[in-house]
Design a protein around this ligand. Sequence first.
Ligand code: ADP
Length: 444
Amino acid sequence: MKVPASLSTIGWHAVYRLIGALFVAFLLGLVTGRMALSLALVLLIYACIQIRNMVLVDRWLRFRRVLPPPDISGPWGEIVAIVNRIYLRKQYHRARVTELMREFRQLTTAMPEGAVLLGPENEILWFNSRAGEWLGLKRKRDFGMRIENLVRHPDFVEYVRTGKPEGGVVVHDIGQGGSRWLAFHIVRSDTAVRQLLIVRDVSREKQLEAMRKDFVANASHELRSPLTVISGYLDALAEEEKLDPAWKEPVLEMRRQTERMNMIVNDLLELSKLEADDTPREDQPIDIGGLLTLLRKEALQLEERPRNIRVTLETDALLLGSESELHSIVSNLLSNAIKYTPAHGEIELRWWIDDEGAHLSVRDTGVGIAPEHIPRLTERFYRVDAGRARSLGGSGLGLAIVKHALQRHDGTLRIESKEGQGSTFTCDFPPHRIVPRKQQATGG
Ligand code: ADP
């Protein structure tokens, strides 16, 4: 802000007053004939008035909480008016901030979520009572402490330090009594140095999810035995020579449908197994090149398939993972490519590594997928064209299985497709899953 060098209105008022006093002294000097004495007397009175005003202003400034502003005229009065205005404005803002803080505290106490305000070094600046209860934080004692030194769950510490994964973390039982599932999310802004950690109790959601998974797993399991019996009888009936010819076709159709039901039940069971966090999975170095070659060979034996199925291996590196799950990933992607690609089309299975990690892709020149369907393809039973998918014998669970199996390998699925031109499904694995073949040969 530029400060003007010229005198302000108050300054000019003071100057006019002084000139006025000198004029009075001059008149008094003329009347009395004692110019010097008149001048000295008037200036003394003038100085006394200034000192009195200054004393009044000083007293008011020091005790302005209890004293009303002094009733002074002239420049001092104007200064008092300015100071008083600033003081009243400050008082108003202070009251507003205090009121806001009180309401903020009341609201955050009533909030169903926990909230922790963190400084730039993740030190605790403030937290509401819910966060205190869930994270075992104590007021005063824990203010200023770094949160990762108090809440030491490895996933949480990783999230607070790196901000990843971006969607936040869900952590079970951070050891504060009771076994809660807590979801953490950090709210940051580009300009603010502080960050807000939001904590939600997601135990109920987790419980419902576990119930849903259990239900699907149990229902699929229970359906398996009756289906096996029905399939057995239908197989026997289909081969029965004395069967009324009118029943031949219905029996064959029943057999096809039972096969489909079997496939759905098996896929549901596989998905349930992949979802159950406690299923142990042995990580071994898997020869992806060998797996692709084997699956290509099996595919070539199918009657209805695209003419050209190739394997391109750009690395001989191995991938740390579960053989059965990786087999399931590739066979689901390959069987989709076969289903949705006409006989004159082609399919390429590719395996390569680069700086970002290892990649496995299944590319086809088939029917392709419209962009609006791509984000939803990995949902259970989501189909672009339900009629066609059913007639081709899909369970609608293939890509859901691929997604889950990939997650268990720290991998992600990328889908690129153009309608009418074909699709590429790429599985990306992080570098720590790559095992160079030499290391494997020396037993490393
Ligand atoms: P489905 O058993 O029906 O194939 P998936 O979960 O494997 O179920 O696939 C879901 C849907 O994604 C399929 O119904 C199909 O519409 C589409 N899809 C999957 N792979 C391909 C592909 N290679 N080309 C075109 N569409 C595909």
